[in-house]
Write a protein that binds this ligand. Structure first.
Ligand code: PLP
Ligand code: FES
Length: 392
């Protein structure tokens, strides 16, 4: 039997061997608590600090500006709630976009119930935030702008440097959710005027349940998790040492090999897009054609249900996604696809194939062949497609 073809790297990635190797000693031999002063504890502390340095270096930050969390969702929650509550006396207005991950959107909705006001910016047909609308939305009460670096569903990369400049010129704090962008595009928090940045290890071949928040020196925010004095009194809880070590290594590896990784993925991605466009009609590429993550391919197939497409692909050994991982279980069409102006029907028939370091050209060819057959079969079963065929 053919090996399983995994094309859902935007949902999560496997842990790389080099990463796992670095993590292993910290489960059984080097198990000390980093807060303990004896040498076993200090060994763990040194490892955590090394990882902090690795993460900081990858985004041109200082080591003291990196705080470890339990993942991207926690980092987003902490950044947004932490800044909102710290600056409550200054203002209550937050600006975000309609296509953010739910970790950002649901956090903003939570704050709305607590007296904050949120503006959800529109995006254009490719998913790019409207900078004029951003400028016009800024008020005296605006305390935070939070816009993702790259979208998890359609892969569109936002004009982060320009947004950072706008925020800086108005003295507003700027947070970006870079969970999908980390390890895929170059990020420089100074050049891009980023004040806070969320990241997660499991999208870059690191372990799940570990992330970090970059907080620019001088930016104050309330703690989300209170308790002990870990992470310089900002994020309580005994550090997940093996995971932190894994995250440091995974991010270091990603940035060491960025060019090679990007060249390979962009070529695979563009080939996959071209082959799908050449072999299947009545489809639409979602997201910007070039300003997109190197591994992201997202298409809508008319007259088809995304869920049926996923199930059929699974039966021939291909893993993809019809939205972000968490939305896949729900019947609502993706807010991102609706945000770029797709109507409900087309939004439902969409498929994300996200490529990673372990995919190759042979897999692309197999996927295109199978997809072609599946789409044809599903359309034959679709009453809407039938009707249109009859009218031709
Ligand atoms: C853009 C974006 N933000 C946040 C998250 C949440 O990250 P985590 O799974 O580490 O909580 C994800 C993961 O799906 C994501 O794609
Ligand atoms: S909670 Fe992640 S997409 Fe909804």
């Amino acid at each position: 039997m053919r090996e399983y073809i995994y094309m859902d790297n935007a949902a999560t990635t496997p842990v790389k061997d080099e990463v796992l190797e670095e993590m292993m000693p910290f489960f059984k031999e080097k198990y000390g608590n980093p807060s303990s002063i004896y040498s076993l504890g200090q060994t763990s502390k040194v490892a955590v600090e090394k990882a902090r340095e690795q993460v900081a270096k990858s985004i041109a930050a200082k080591k003291e500006e990196i705080y470890f969390t339990a993942g991207g969702s926690e980092s987003d929650n902490w950044a947004i709630k932490g800044i909102a509550y710290k600056n409550k006396k200054k203002g209550n207005h937050i600006i975000t976009s309609k296509i953010e991950h739910h970790a950002v959107l649901h956090t903003c909705e939570y704050l709305e119930k607590d007296g904050f006001e949120v503006t959800y910016l529109n995006v254009d047909k490719d998913g790019i935030v409207d900078l004029e609308e951003l400028k016009n939305s800024i008020k005296d009460t605006t305390i935070l702008i939070t816009i993702m670096t790259a979208n998890n569903e359609i892969g569109t990369i936002e004009p982060i440097k320009e947004i950072g400049e706008i925020a800086k010129s108005k003295g507003i704090i700027f947070h970006t959710d870079a969970v999908q962008a980390m390890g895929n595009i170059k990020i420089d928090v100074n050049d891009m005027n980023i004040d806070l940045l969320s990241m997660s290890a499991h999208k870059v071949y690191g372990p799940k349940g570990i992330g970090a928040l970059y907080v620019r020196k001088g930016i104050k925010l309330d703690s989300l998790i209170t308790g002990g004095g870990q992470e310089r009194n900002k994020r309580a809880g005994t550090e997940n040492v093996p995971a932190i070590v894994g995250m440091g290594k995974a991010i270091e590896l990603a940035y060491e090999n960025l060019e090679e990784h990007n060249n390979k993925l962009i070529s695979l991605r563009d080939n996959l897009i071209k082959k799908i466009e050449d072999s299947i009609d009545e489809i639409k590429l979602n997201g910007h054609r070039t300003k997109r993550l190197p591994g992201n391919v997202n298409f809508s197939f008319k007259y088809i249900e995304g869920e049926s497409l996923l199930l059929s692909l699974d039966m021939v050994g291909i893993a993809g996604s019809s939205g972000s991982a968490c939305t896949s279980g729900s019947l609502d069409p993706s807010h991102v696809l609706l945000g770029i102006g797709l109507d409900h029907e087309i939004a439902h028939g969409s498929l994300r194939l996200s490529l990673g370091d372990f995919n190759n050209e042979e897999e692309i060819n197999y996927v295109v062949e199978e997809l072609k057959k599946i789409v044809q079969k599903l359309r034959m079963m679709s009453p809407l497609y039938d009707k249109l065929e009859g009218e031709k």
